[in-house]
Design a protein around this ligand. Structure first.
Ligand code: GRG
Length: 301
């Protein structure tokens, strides 16, 4: 069978505008007392973000058929949850970041209260979008909602964030840190790939394997993020390394070895899951490129 999308660029060319348009429609401005809430959600959701997670959903969904509306809705629901997590993560009571997606973090623009509520809105709205999607059979909605609540909740992202916030109370072992990152970043990545498999009708066993791929992908993502954070403080991208950073525990050299190991495992998994592994291989490379193509890494003086 001929591949619908032969590489990452062709997938992006088709789906980045569709993702943007779906989010834009969902967040249509309304007049009325909640107008400011929609405006704040639009500020954080639209026009920026790499859209890694929805692209992963659509990459899996597009292996044999053109992804349908259900696939797009599933992909964009994940992006709503991801955006909520970034808004809350940036708050002073969490990571206290002033910048996000190349502009001021939402709370720096609208204040902490409204930023908190905007995150709450996006979190709940993601489930409304799934539950009310007319192009999805009820059994599919239930399965997606069950998996997304698990990924976003105490056994996934929020549980991982809690472990991070209270990391001084836990034994600082490599296993603990890996588990924490698997929850914090890996769980939503797992759901992104599971979603692609579910909307394209895969059997449970295959859904699980795509999920495992997603979890590893999330770990790779987090390690690369930690490597970028660990660059000297003179670099604009660097932030102080927190005690729960994998690098604080294992150092840069070992983290780089771990990254290479994960990369090899992921490529092997992608080859088993998809004979034409190009898109997934390119996605894995896109993650590590975030670090490897930084001028100070690519061309050290
Ligand atoms: C506050 C409930 C709550 C959860 C926060 C995922 C998370 C938990 C926080 C994110 C913290 C963070 C910056 C982790 C590093 C990895 C990561 C998720 C980076 C941001 O994702 P990208 O690069 O962002 O996909 P864009 O903006 O491209 O969507």
């Amino acid at each position: 069978m001929k591949k619908l999308y032969s590489d990452l660029q062709s997938l992006k060319n088709t789906f980045l505008p569709r993702i943007e348009s779906q989010l834009d429609i969902w967040l249509t401005m309304i007049e009325g007392p909640q107008k400011g809430l929609i405006e704040a959600a639009r500020y954080s959701c639209l026009g920026s973000g790499k859209r890694f997670r929805p692209l992963l959903t659509l990459a899996v969904a597009s292996r044999s058929h053109e992804p349908d509306t259900a696939a797009l809705v599933a992909a964009c629901a994940i992006e709503l949850i991801h955006t909520y997590s970034l808004i809350h993560d940036d708050l002073p009571c969490m990571d206290n970041d002033d910048l996000r997606r190349g502009k001021k973090a939402l709370h720096k623009v609208v204040g902490e209260g409204l930023a908190l509520l905007t995150g709450d809105f996006l979190l709940t709205f993601a489930f409304e979008c799934l539950a009310t999607c007319e192009q999805m059979p009820v059994h599919m909605k239930l399965e997606l909602i069950a998996r997304l609540t698990k990924a976003a909740g105490h056994r996934g992202m929020v549980g991982g964030q809690y472990a991070d916030l209270t990391c001084h109370q836990h034994p600082q072992t490599a296993e603990f840190l890996k588990w924490m990152h698997l929850c914090k970043t890996g769980a939503l990545m797992r759901a992104s790939l599971e979603f692609g498999a579910i909307v394209s009708g895969c059997a449970q066993q295959e859904v699980a394997i795509w999920g495992d791929f997603g979890e590893k992908f999330g770990l790779l993502f987090q390690f690369v993020d930690d490597l970028i954070d660990s660059l000297p403080s003179s670099m604009p991208s660097s932030v102080p390394i927190g005690p729960s950073s994998y690098i604080a525990f294992n150092g840069v050299e070992d983290t780089l070895i771990e990254v290479q190991k994960l990369k090899n495992q992921l490529i092997e998994m992608a080859t088993t899951l998809d004979q034409d592994r190009t898109i997934f291989q390119e996605m894995i490379q896109a993650v590590t490129d975030q670090y490897e193509t930084l001028p100070q890494i690519a061309n050290p003086s």
